[in-house]
Design a protein around this ligand. Structure first.
Ligand SMILES: [Zn+2]
Length: 162
């Protein structure tokens, strides 16, 4: 059985800044109001016969959203961002001839190659799957759509490894 959580109606949102290095129009720092849609598939289980407890699932998604909210998203595994030795208060990096220095407290460092909607969807799916699996080990997949505003999003389908 599948359960679906609609990010707009369930208020699963975050607003962040990012850039897609070297991209013609997305290479400059800009922002999005992101919305996260969640679908969980699996067998019903436990005392109440839930696939997943909606409240728990929303709590997990909101925790991730609040980590990213009002931050500049930084993909630490980027192959084109040249990070310098940073002190504890700031983050310095170069992208070709563009130099950046940001307060560390304004950044959210993510273990990703990019902060595209595609990479963020994969990140959310992996994280949410990991936490949901702890509450119901009969969950077979988590599907996440990270929407960059209304009308465009990337969809990632995380399936349990057999
Ligand atoms: Zn963007």
């Amino acid at each position: 059985m599948k359960v679906v959580i609609n990010g707009i109606h369930a208020n699963l949102r975050f607003s962040s800044a990012h850039m897609i290095p070297l991209h013609e129009s997305c290479g400059g720092i800009h922002g999005h109001s992101y919305i996260v849609d969640v679908t969980v598939e699996g067998e019903r289980s436990g005392e109440f016969g839930f696939v997943v407890d909606f409240k728990k699932a929303k709590g997990i998604v909101r925790n991730i959203c609040s980590k990213l909210d009002h931050k500049v998203l930084i993909p630490c595994k980027s192959s084109v961002m040249d990070f310098k030795n940073n002190d504890e208060n700031s983050l310095e990096f170069k992208i070709e001839n563009k130099e950046y220095k940001l307060p560390l407290e304004d950044c959210c460092l993510l273990p990703l190659k990019s902060t595209s909607a595609e990479d963020l969807a994969e990140y959310f799916a992996e994280e949410i799957f990991k936490y949901l699996k702890e509450t119901n080990n009969k969950i077979s997949s988590v599907q996440i759509c990270v929407n960059e505003g209304i009308g465009q999003g990337a969809y990632f389908h995380k399936t349990a490894e057999k």
